[in-house]
Design a protein around this ligand. Structure first.
Ligand SMILES: NC(=O)c1ccc[n+]([C@@H]2O[C@H](COP(=O)([O-])OP(=O)(O)OC[C@H]3O[C@@H](n4cnc5c(N)ncnc54)[C@H](OP(=O)(O)O)[C@@H]3O)[C@@H](O)[C@H]2O)c1
Length: 286
């Protein structure tokens, strides 16, 4: 029986299916979301609801956070009725959001001061992998705390791997999302290049998907292009944010730099659409 009391913060596109995976596995789960209406779905799935992060940590053994960015993390820890205000100790706090290594180091230090423990544990994979509990989880922090969290993380993902000290999970994630930006831009450019030379999108994508270049990413995003469906699964603004964070830790490679610029330029108009809406930005340039 799974008795670890889980407190879940952040019920966005990823947080909902991830927290539901733990409910399905029988964990007692309490949720908190800034916009309260998003808690109803989880309540219907059997979760309890806490009114603030402070109230949530008081009734949890392990708090898992899945929110947007560094600002959100700061608000959740240091805001009014935030996690730090609760004055608890001995809790494990797992931050699965894609944020900077710097904020993880800052929050890990203040957690340790209170006698709590912090792991950064961002995920690779999107809503489909979250639904299927097949995320890939990369973790930074102490080995002993990772061992405590691992049985829980393995109910959300197909694997959880410790890659180093605090912030190392965030760093690995920024490397992967830089590659994701490059892939998305590469796919968009290939489709536009093919179109300009009289090759149909459907034909091009059938060929790619049957070749060694085929991948789950190209299948899913190729289908989105064919169906003209740019509803956000992974919002373009999040990739733009991740490339900024990658730049902050030294990204300067040729393709990484181009992807950085493309996504910053695309964000004002296309930020709320899916990452592959970058094709609209590319179309205006080619
Ligand atoms: N979507 C994907 O495919 C995917 C894949 C891998 C990793 N990620 C990463 O996972 C994280 C969450 O992504 P998502 O797609 O689930 O995002 P989302 O749907 O935009 O949800 C964001 C969540 O963060 C909360 N939030 C934002 N600012 C906040 C603040 N200042 N204080 C408190 N809560 C705040 C939101 O609360 P409200 O409901 O009140 O706005 C919401 O619960 C991001 O770091 C993203 O980069 C996403």
């Amino acid at each position: 029986m799974n008795t670890t009391k889980i407190g879940w913060i952040g019920l966005g596109k990823m947080g909902v299916p991830m927290s539901q995976s733990l409910i399905k596995e029988g964990f007692p789960v309490t949720v908190y979301n800034r916009s309260k209406e998003k808690e109803d779905r989880l309540k219907a799935s059997g979760a309890r609801v806490a009114s603030t992060p402070a109230a949530l940590i008081q009734q949890s053994d392990m708090v898992i956070i899945m929110v947007t960015d560094d600002k959100a993390i700061n608000d959740i820890f240091r805001g009014e009725n935030g996690l730090l205000g609760a004055g608890t100790s001995g809790k494990v706090i797992v931050n699965m959001s894609t944020v900077s290594p710097a904020i993880s180091k800052e929050m890990a230090a203040v957690c340790e001061e209170q006698g709590n423990h912090y792991l950064d544990a961002p995920v690779s994979g999107s809503v489909k992998q979250a639904d299927e509990a097949q995320l890939v989880i990369m973790v930074g922090g102490a080995q002993s705390i990772f061992e405590q969290a691992k049985p829980v993380l393995e109910k959300i993902g197909r694997m959880a791997m410790l890659v180093g000290d605090t912030g190392a999970g965030n760093t690995a994630k920024l490397v992967i999302n830089t590659l994701l930006g490059v892939y998305a831009q590469g796919l968009a450019e290939a489709v536009v290049f093919a179109q300009q030379n009289g090759i149909k999108n459907t034909d091009l994508l059938t060929l790619i998907n049957n070749s060694a270049l085929g991948s789950p990413f190209i299948k899913i995003k190729g289908d989105a292009i064919i169906n003209d469906n740019y509803n956000a699964v992974f919002a373009l603004k999040h990739v733009a944010k991740d490339l900024r964070l990658a730049k902050d830790i030294g990204l300067s490679s040729p393709l990484g730099q181009v992807a950085y610029e493309t996504f910053q330029e695309a964000e004002p108009a296309l930020g709320d659409e899916d990452i592959i809406a970058v094709i609209k930005q590319i179309s205006t340039k080619l």
